[in-house]
Design a protein around this ligand. Structure first.
Ligand code: PXP
Length: 240
């Protein structure tokens, strides 16, 4: 069954705006789970602009669903992941100046090093997911690293401005998912998904988990996290 990983980074963004202690992402995770989140996702960025090391450690103790740690494939992050042991890790590209993750990671740019990182994490019992574009070469490379999952980047689909373009991007995602499944990769997706555009992605054959942040936290500011998560679960089933 398709699951929802709720990305709670933005609760930490609000806290860091004042360098204070509220809102606490740990509380946000509890409420997201009460609303039906199947997983909690956080991105520990190199510049620590939102989620802090303390959050990841506490979430490891408190999350009752599963914890997905998004991180750049760097030595610092690998060492933190090996220590904290999230339920799975999603490896993402990261540039300091970006507002959010801008594109899928290019696994081919450093295949030997990336393969080694997957090996170290998975040998420690932490399944790895690659956040990549739905590109045949990248999917093949993800399989070569022996990673268990890919997360298809849905940004281009989300940003499509015409129905024709959106359908084209959706077809690319469908083909990417099919290719990944044929290589025994498990398939997640995320980035830019909203209450309005999530359903067609949720219907993609073989899709396991959608990681969604901005739209849920935006709605949560107005209606509360529990309700915002509950409504996203409905939207994923085409019921909203
Ligand atoms: N998946 C990945 C790999 C991401 O980097 C992000 C953004 O942090 C998301 C999913 C969630 O994207 P959004 O906040 O647009 O829902």
């Amino acid at each position: 069954m398709l699951t929802l990983g709720v990305n709670i980074d933005h609760t930490a963004t609000i806290r860091q705006a004042r360098r204070t202690v509220e809102p606490d992402p740990v509380a946000a995770a509890v409420l997201a789970e009460l609303g039906g989140a199947d997983g909690i996702t956080v991105h520990l960025r190199e510049d620590r602009r939102h989620i802090q090391d303390r959050d990841v450690r506490l979430l490891r103790e408190t999350v009752r669903s599963h914890l997905n740690l998004e991180m750049a494939p760097t030595e610092e992050m690998v060492s933190i992941a090996l220590d904290v042991k999230p339920d799975y890790v999603t490896l993402v590209p990261e540039r300091r100046e970006e507002v959010t993750t801008e594109g899928g990671l290019n696994i081919l740019s450093d295949l030997p090093r990336y393969t080694d990182i997957v090996d170290r994490l998975q040998s420690a019992g932490i399944p790895v997911s690659w956040f990549i574009d739905a590109d045949a070469e990248q999917i093949q490379a993800a399989a070569q690293t022996q990673a268990k999952f890919i997360e298809l980047h849905t940004g281009r689909y989300a940003e499509a401005t015409t129905e024709k373009e959106r359908q084209k991007e959706l077809d690319i995602l469908k083909q990417g998912a099919a290719k990944a499944l044929s290589l025994s990769l498990r398939v997640n997706a995320g980035h830019g998904l909203t209450y309005l555009n999530v359903y067609p992605v949720a219907c993609i054959e073989g899709m396991e988990e959608l990681n969604i942040g901005h739209t849920i936290i935006s709605r949560a500011v107005l209606v509360g996290i529990e309700r915002a998560v509950r409504e996203m679960k409905l939207a994923m089933r085409g019921l909203l």
